[in-house]
Write a protein that binds this ligand. Structure first.
Ligand SMILES: O=C1O[C@H](COP(=O)(O)O)[C@@H](O)[C@H](O)[C@H]1O
Length: 251
């Protein structure tokens, strides 16, 4: 298949177990880097349980919040605070209770021209480059320790939609995306495949029977954005029983 490795599909019982497994991987990635840690979050419904878990005393007390920085892999082009805003969901679920404000790195959507996701993309690219300390990504020194990802019903991941030019971008780190053709039908800003790949681990979370059809296609190697996304390091698919394709049952 294009970007991912079948052998890294990890099966768990249900969404609760998936959130615990993901939280343990977050902790492991933080522990593996004794210095400044960069985690790229995802939006949508899939990571919400994980985010809420990270705010519980059990996990909250195990995270060295001062040295962990939180980014977002894509944003719906709506103002901060809008229920559709990805980073606002993560903030409400755990970041605002746990992380120093200066360690939270949202994609700015309230720019001078609110109808211009390209401007937001350029600003966020500048912020990523400043955090990374270089204009060029170096494979030996990943931008992120961990990138969280989800899969949409059409096989999109982050805001990389099938057939959209953003999917083919190889130079820019972040790009604006015109109105999405799946819900919510708003423009987006997204990190590009090479930027997302610059990580020690990319972790997909996929749960529920509603995801089984698209996951079957992605893991069968169909040319879909989620199948093209992968880490320069490790790529892991955390999948619950309901979402697990037939071919993977009993393995
Ligand atoms: O719109 C988006 O959708 C994908 C998948 O979301 P989910 O609700 O099916 O988990 C998400 O990964 C992305 O961040 C978001 O902007």
């Amino acid at each position: 298949m294009a970007g991912n490795d079948y052998r890294h599909v990890i099966t768990v019982a249900d969404p609760a177990a998936l959130a615990i497994a993901a939280a343990e991987r977050v902790l492991a990635r933080i522990a593996a880097n004794g210095d400044r840690v960069a985690i790229c979050l995802t939006g949508g419904s899939s990571p919400k349980q994980l985010y809420q878990l990270l705010a519980t005393d059990f996990y909250r007390s195990r995270i060295p919040w001062q040295r962990v920085h939180w980014f977002i892999g894509d944003e719906r082009f709506v103002p901060a605070g809008d229920p559709l805003n990805n980073m606002s969901m993560a903030r409400a679920a755990f970041l605002d209770q746990c992380a120093p404000a200066s360690n939270i790195h949202p994609i700015p959507t309230a720019t001078a021209d609110p109808a211009d996701p390209d401007r937001s993309a350029a600003l966020y690219e500048g912020e990523l480059k400043s955090f990374y300390g270089a204009e060029m990504l170096d494979h030996g020194r990943p931008l992120f320790d961990l990138v969280l990802m989800g899969v949409g019903p059409d096989g999109h991941t982050a805001s990389l939609f099938p057939g959209y030019p953003a999917l083919e971008e190889t130079t820019r780190w972040v790009v604006g995306v015109p109105r999405a053709n799946v819900e919510p039908f708003v423009p987006r800003v997204t990190l590009t495949l090479p930027t997302l790949a610059s990580c020690r681990e990319m972790l997909f979370e996929v749960a529920g029977a509603g995801k089984r059809a698209i996951l079957t296609r992605v893991l069968a190697g169909e040319n879909l954005p989620a199948g093209r996304a992968g880490s320069a390091g490790e790529t892991v698919w955390l999948v619950d029983q309901a979402a697990l394709p037939e071919d993977f049952r009993g393995q």
